[in-house]
Design a protein around this ligand. Structure first.
Ligand code: SF4
Length: 379
């Protein structure tokens, strides 16, 4: 059987939407959670009829939204449907995204019981002013307590998300947070820079001059400080924004970055299978009514051309520690990458931006701040 990664989208959040958020998530649909899960279980059944005999699930990832905010028992119901319809690899990585304020003892017990073995906790910052500015529902104390509780309940594989370049944030702040996480043995840390997405309250406030965010240079300084702290504590940067202790890289995300197949279920979920990219409708009601009538809710399908796939592989692989395997690229898409791009590669290598080893190209440790420029030279 072939490996497959499964993504499950839980589109609910508690309280109010964070000021920077552009994800498909709803804060006003508490009464629809159970119906949504019913629709999702239908989708699991329909998809498994097409695929279950061929594939075994190597990773499962509950993302959102905030999967931990749905009523106790519903994640277990989804897991039971997955187990009843798919075969799951013995050592499968099963992750759930959680927010600190919804991570109760009861929920953690439920996750353990159904085989979830990895938590990804969205903390973003330990500075309460910063958390207020971005509209998060927790404060630093709640976040720290949630991380400690999860550890006490036997979750060894914990990831924490932090954000960089937030209003009122500085380098001292992010350094302190990275140190606390490292000292508390959090195995995986994602550090993403703020992106001001169109249509979000934060973008509007910044555009109107009513809120200021750190400059790009200040954000790069924050990133470098976090990297320096985590490196000192034995973490490895295995993707530009992701740091892990040895053997704790996120297997599910590596699937995305290495062009492997994944199936996404739930409203707005994206999939990549058989060279095709497809996604479900973003319309919540439409998703539910289609599935309850036992029809899939796929709305967009795109077949990637070989040159698009090649470009994607160059782009994604250079972001990771695994590097760009030029021999694989030549084998899959033809050409001779090292020869075709000789001039650009020479320039980048001579200036210390990339290293080449055994047909693979790696971005140098201190060159990540110009990663986009390196990628565009090589595409
Ligand atoms: S918790 Fe996550 S998905 Fe929900 S509103 Fe905030 S950023 Fe968006």
């Amino acid at each position: 059987m072939k490996d497959l990664s499964l993504y499950i989208h839980i589109p609910f959040c508690s309280g109010h939407k964070c000021n920077y958020c552009s994800f498909v998530s709803f804060c006003n649909k508490t009464n629809d959670m159970e119906t949504y899960v019913k629709a999702l279980c239908e989708e699991i059944k329909i998809r498994s009829k097409e695929l279950a005999g061929e594939y075994s699930l190597a990773t499962i990832y509950f993302g959102g939204g905030t999967p931990s905010c749905i009523e106790t028992g519903l994640i277990a119901r989804i897991m039971l449907a997955i187990k009843a319809n798919f075969s799951i690899a013995r050592n499968a990585e099963i992750t759930i995204e959680c927010n600190p304020e919804s991570l109760t003892r009861e929920k953690l017990e439920e996750y353990k019981l159904v085989g979830i073995n990895r938590l990804s906790i969205g903390v973003q910052s330990f500075n309460n002013n910063v958390l207020d500015f971005i509209g998060r529902s927790h404060n630093a104390k709640v976040a720290k307590n949630a991380i400690i509780l999860a550890g006490q309940m036997g979750f060894d594989n914990i990831s924490v998300d932090m954000m960089l370049g937030l209003p009122a944030q500085d380098t001292v702040d992010v350094e302190k947070m990275a140190k606390w996480l490292a000292k508390h043995n959090v195995k995986h840390i994602s550090a993403y820079s703020l992106i001001l997405e169109k249509g979000t309250p934060m973008k509007e406030l910044v555009d109107e001059g009513r809120l200021s965010v750190p400059s790009d240079d200040e954000t790069v300084d924050m990133y470098n400080s976090v990297f320096a702290v985590l490196k000192k504590y034995g973490y490895q940067r295995y993707e530009v924004s992701n740091f892990a202790q040895p053997d704790y890289e996120c297997k599910h995300n590596i699937v995305y970055w290495t062009g492997k197949e994944y199936l996404g279920l739930g409203v707005s979920a994206h999939s990549f299978m058989g060279g095709k990219r497809f996604s479900n409708t973003e319309d919540f009601d439409k998703y539910i009514s289609s599935l309850l009538e036992k029809n899939l809710a796929v709305e967009n399908t795109e077949i990637l051309s070989p040159s698009q796939r090649r470009e994607e592989e160059i782009m994604l692989s250079l972001r990771t520690k695994f590097g760009l395997d030029t021999r694989r690229l030549d084998r899959l898409y033809g050409g001779n990458f090292l020869k075709d791009k000789e001039k650009e590669i020479d320039f980048l290598a001579k200036n210390g931006f990339i290293k080449i080893d055994d047909g693979k190209i790696y971005v140098c440790e201190n060159a990540y701040y110009v990663l986009s420029a390196i990628i565009s030279k090589l595409i």
